[in-house]
Design a protein around this ligand. Sequence first.
Ligand code: SAM
Length: 234
Amino acid sequence: MKGPGQLDDLSKIEHQRLYPRLTDPNFLVLRSRRIIFQSWIKTISGNNLTILDVGGRYQPYRPLFGNRLGRYIACDLTQTELVDVIASGESLPFGSNTFDVIIATQVFDYFPHPRKAAEEIYDALKPGGVLLMSVASVAPRFADQELWRFTRGGIRATLSQFRTLEVVPESSSLGGFFRTTNIWLHSFTRYSFLRKLYEVTVCPFLNSAGWALEKAGLSRDDQFAPNYSVFAVK
Ligand SMILES: C[S@@+](CC[C@H](N)C(=O)[O-])C[C@H]1O[C@@H](n2cnc3c(N)ncnc32)[C@H](O)[C@@H]1O
């Protein structure tokens, strides 16, 4: 039996991922991902979309589909009140050509065999269907279950069967420096009162500085990009 607060907790996490605050050390990548996804979702045609969210424990990007959403199915290895099907992305229990859109954000990092998951996702998409994906590139280990980090080339190799593929860094190397420094300092702030203090002082300062430099477009280099967003069409 799940606790009564679970849905509330999940929707709080969902909202924080979609609309991160400056006090969040992941602000730069999360904000950028929302903007990139918003622009991609506008290009997807049709209404009443059938969508699968692989690793869909929180579903931060579901609201971006608004009233174009038909069916939304979430699969994950972990049961939450938002998960419809307990299944691995490497072995999807759905028929071929089923989904208009498959979302797989920050989950390829966990698959023991990412290429197998790519094949399953490809099979489950309708022809012309879209995979919206994000993966970590230059980032610390957030959980021991994480297995991989992806370069631009690694993403292309993993998704080589897709007809078209767009890979966009969520921040340049410059913004990546501010994000990585922020995560590094945040994770070494051990005591909770110090962490709180960090989150309302240094963290927003680093986020604002990184954001301003990204906006100024000073660098296009993505060698140290912290995360990539991906749009792939079957
Ligand atoms: C970092 S969370 C990302 C959650 C969400 N997609 C997001 O972007 O906020 C990774 C999720 O992937 C799930 N996961 C890990 N391995 C998986 C697998 N083999 N198949 C499906 N989901 C998996 C985890 O349980 C977790 O919910």
